[in-house]
Design a protein around this ligand. Sequence first.
Ligand SMILES: O=P(O)(O)OC[C@H]1O[C@@H](O)[C@H](O)[C@@H](O)[C@@H]1O
Length: 282
Amino acid sequence: MKAGIEHIDFHGLPALSLSTRAGARAVVSLFGGQVLSWTPPGGGERIYLSPTAVLDGHTPIRGGIPVCFPQFAAQGALPRHGFARNAIWQVETERSDDDFALVTLGLRDDVASRALWPHAFHVELGILVEDSRLDIEIEIENTGDAAFEFTAALHTYLAVREVEESRLEGLHGHMFHDMNADGQVMRESGDVVLVEGEVDRIYRDVKRPLLLREYDRSLGINTEGFPDVVVWNPWEERSAALPDMPNDGFRRMLCVEAAAAVVPVTLPAGKIWLGRQTMVAL
Ligand SMILES: O=P(O)(O)OC[C@H]1O[C@@H](O)[C@H](O)[C@@H](O)[C@@H]1O
C-alpha cells in the first residue's frame, strides 16, 4: 500500500486518507474534523460509520469520531454536542513517512460560532496513524481575554461484530451517572460492562486503560486529560427512531467516548487544555 496522506472526496465530503506502508488506514472528514474510518494493518474496520449517515456537509455525521465541543450532549444552551461536529475544519499540518501519518486540523471562532458562544478559541486536533495505533489529541486554546467554560468529548463509535457478545473491561468500581435514570449516580459492580439493552452512562474519574474484547479481537483504549468515559448504545427502540441509523445498527456499534462532561473545564485566557485518546488494535 502507498504510504502517506491523500486529499480525497468521501461521498462528496472533502477528506484526508492517512496510510502507512504496513497497511493501516484512516479517513478523516474536514466537515466535523471527524475520523470516519480506521483499519489497522491486516485487520478489519474498527470505527462504526452508519450506512445511512447523512453526508450533506450540514447534518452531524452518525458514526466515526465526532468532536463534541464546547458542549457535551444537552448540558447547556448550545445545539446538542456543541458546534464543532458540524463546522468545517482547516488542515494545519500534514506529516508522514512509511511508518506513520499525522495530520492536524484546526478550528477557530468565527462569526457563526460567536453568535452561539461569545468566546475566542483555537482547537487543534491531531490524528496519528502508526502501527496498530490510532491516536487523537485535542488542544483547546483560549485565545480571548477572559476565562471560558466548556465540556467536550471524542464521541468514538467503535465497530463491533455483535454488541451483545462484546465485553468492556476496566470500569469495575467506578461511579457513573446513569443518563437513562435522570443521571442517578451508581457504582459499577460488574467485572465487565455488557450491553444487553439501552446504555447511556458517564463514568467518572477513569484513570485506567480500558479493553473492549470481542470473540476474535480486542481493542485497548487509553485516555489522558479526559476525566470521564461515556458508554452509549441506543439499543433497539432508540436506534429505530434515529433516521440516520439502520434498525439493527445498534448491534454493530458501541460508543466509548473520552469526555470531560461531568465537571465543566474552566480555561483561563491564554491557556491550553489538552486531551488524548489512544486506541490500539489487538
Ligand atoms: O444523536 P446525537 O446528538 O449524536 O447523540 C447521541 C448520543 O450521544 C451520547 O454521547 C449521549 O450520551 C447520548 O445521550 C446521545 O443520545
